[in-house]
Ligand binder design. Sequence first.
Ligand SMILES: [Zn+2]
Length: 162
Amino acid sequence: MTDHEIKINFKEYASINDLDKPANDLCLEAVKAMANSHSPYSKFRVGAALLLQSGTILHGSNQENAAYPSGLCAERVALFNWGANYPDDPIVAMAVTAHTEEFEILQPVASCGSCLQVLAEYEKKQDKPIEIILFCAKGPVWVMKGVETFLPFLFFEKRLIS
Ligand SMILES: [Zn+2]
């Protein structure tokens, strides 16, 4: 038997004002993206913004539906937009934020497993890590260098796409 230990590294900042300008700007775009959240059921608004290598910014927000499974997270709304329309313009970073009137969010909200899997697919496809910036209005900012921070054993099989 061999015992293994996996460590992850990420950076924490007190607020988005402590980030460099491109990262700070991207966070402000995620806040803008949140404005189009359609979340009448959960009342939990999420905004995601992607920065592409060309400088293009893509917005995503959570889109809920009366038929619950028909909705989609903010991250995948943005990521599938990228996959459908900008696949040759690599994703440099993704910022995600959330807000609700129901309670105070004091820590960044991490992406769900399905969004991380989609992010993993595209990160592998473009062969460049995507910086992930998670933040909320009243808590710290977490910055991760790539999806493997979240998914060290991520499912990706090159042989399936060859
Ligand atoms: Zn998700």
